[in-house]
Unconditional design. Sequence first.
Length: 314
Amino acid sequence: MSKIYVLHENDEWTDHLTERLEELNLPYELWHLDEGILDLTSKPPEGVFYNRISASSHTRNHRYAPEFTEAVLAWLECHGRTVVNGSRALRLEVSKVNQYMALNLAGIHTPKTISVVGKENIPEAARQLGLKSFITKHNRAGKGQGVQLFHSLEALSGYLDGPSFEEPVDGVTLIQQYIEAPEPYIVRHEFVGGKFVYGVKVDTSEGFELCPADACSIEEMYCPTDGEAEASKAKFEVLEDYRPPIVDQYEKFLQENNIQVAGIEAIKDRDGKMYTYDVNTNTNYNSDAETRAGKYGMLELAKYLGGLLEKTHV
């Protein structure tokens, strides 16, 4: 029997999807791809295969989940199976360099960024960037891992020489233009089936770790799963009647890169110029924000996967 196969490495982030699949009476099976064995001479089962491997898998001690998933996706695609967020999506998920190049190719503006390998080369990269304020981030990250804001080269040197410096898992550090917004928030644009679902406003006043998942944990910071005493303090807010012109560009970008499910994050500077800085192909949703808005990303995703499964029976 054909099923929906969910390729993942984090049970907590998958629970909400499986609840929706069960609600719709859709057959499914979970493939946890932290490790395993893949016989390349075998044939995959029939069905729909949805990849939701995250760039932050290494933070859960699943260091090689993306590499193993890449092999599984190559196997599935070789046999012509229906794959949601296939090899190209995974490539962009684990590399912000690849994201920015693909976004730029699509005519979408990104912050000025320099890629650097080697801790000793980071100060020179920052000098080449030539900006008073800048941030560092990891090329393969997730949840804002490795993001630090600096207002001087001296502050950067102190970070590099101190105990809080984090080596990126793939060795690639990004030095990036700091976008100062007039208000402390970004907007995350959610897409299912390559089509816009909603935009969610994310409060950034407490830092850069912006994971919307109910299961995320933000140490010493407000986490949206701890309960929201006041709606006015909600970290995540689904926007009403929101569809800016850039959404059309985003949909075209997703189509060109064979990405079906994504959350794309953007920020506006004081002059109103929009910068797109992150593409999440393992997107999550915040249940509190969705309940207030009456919009449910995982339900839309489950319906989409169910529609694809129905087509495989034709």
